[in-house]
Design a binder for this molecule. Sequence first.
Ligand code: URA
Length: 188
Amino acid sequence: SAGDLAELAAALAGFDGCELKLGAASCDFADGNPEARVMIVGEGPGAEEDRQGLPFVGPAGQMLDRMFAAIGLSRSSPDPASALYITNTVPWRPPGNRDPAPEELALLRPFLLRHIELAQPQVLVLMGNVACSALLGQRGILKLRGTWAEVQGIPALPMLHPAYLLRTPAAKREAWADLLSLKARLRG
Ligand code: URA
């Protein structure tokens, strides 16, 4: 029922129904420009994100920034046309960076759906299996990536997670193809 993003951030920070909150130092709501045409949904905070209270500010985040800079998009852009809005599927760091459990995804999904509804992006980017699992009900990112889907009527592009690209540099070719597909969609 949150009426705007600030209300939603407060509701999430005050939500005591998910145990992930107990092990985390911060509740990472979002970063970037909420007016952006592109909204990125990652997995969950890592160590650096938990420290800073912002999504994608560790090594994977630096990779993400480089990837999107290559097609002219940045979280610090004031212009919605070239901006990014960034959030995660879960706002609290799972212990030891484990994957969020299905029950945790189910508990937090209504917050994520409302987040998307309030931000009203033109396009969603679903980074990796956890975001695809929560929003498409599907895993198997190596197959899903690059094929446009839909979330609440919004075109959604599954992509390889930047942490995966750091471990598997050869997969950057696929990520580049997906970035070009995103760029073409924004032009059209
Ligand atoms: N990986 C994610 O999915 N999100 C972050 O915020 C950091 C790393």
